[in-house]
Design a binder for this molecule. Structure first.
Ligand code: SF4
Length: 92
């Protein structure tokens, strides 16, 4: 029964289901990588954002809503310093 051929009633064999699952998982992995690359492409360059490695008064990356510990930012290219600052700062 499980010889890998298509069943006469039109349903998929176990082998076909496995192949379809592998294809779907591969497609999701490719889409996921594309999304990550797209997100990287959307981030501002540090010099464009006016990034500096020192705080501006009390404003610094680790109290900004865009900060992602330990040294990344949602909107500016990483790495950044937790004690840095840029013009896109937004208080948490
Ligand atoms: S101050 Fe600028 S670089 Fe730092 S976390 Fe906020 S947006 Fe990102």
């Amino acid at each position: 029964m499980s010889d890998g051929t298509k069943k006469p009633n039109g349903s998929l064999s176990r082998r076909e289901l496995l192949a379809a699952s592998v294809l779907a998982a591969s497609s999701l992995a490719i889409l996921g990588a594309g999304s990550a690359e797209a997100q990287l492409a959307k981030k501002a360059k540090q010099n464009i954002a006016g990034y500096q490695t020192t705080p501006k008064g009390r404003q610094q990356c680790d109290n900004c809503r865009h900060f992602q510990a330990p040294n990344a930012c949602q909107v500016v290219e990483s790495p950044i310093s937790p004690t840095g600052w840029c013009r896109l700062y937004a208080k948490k």
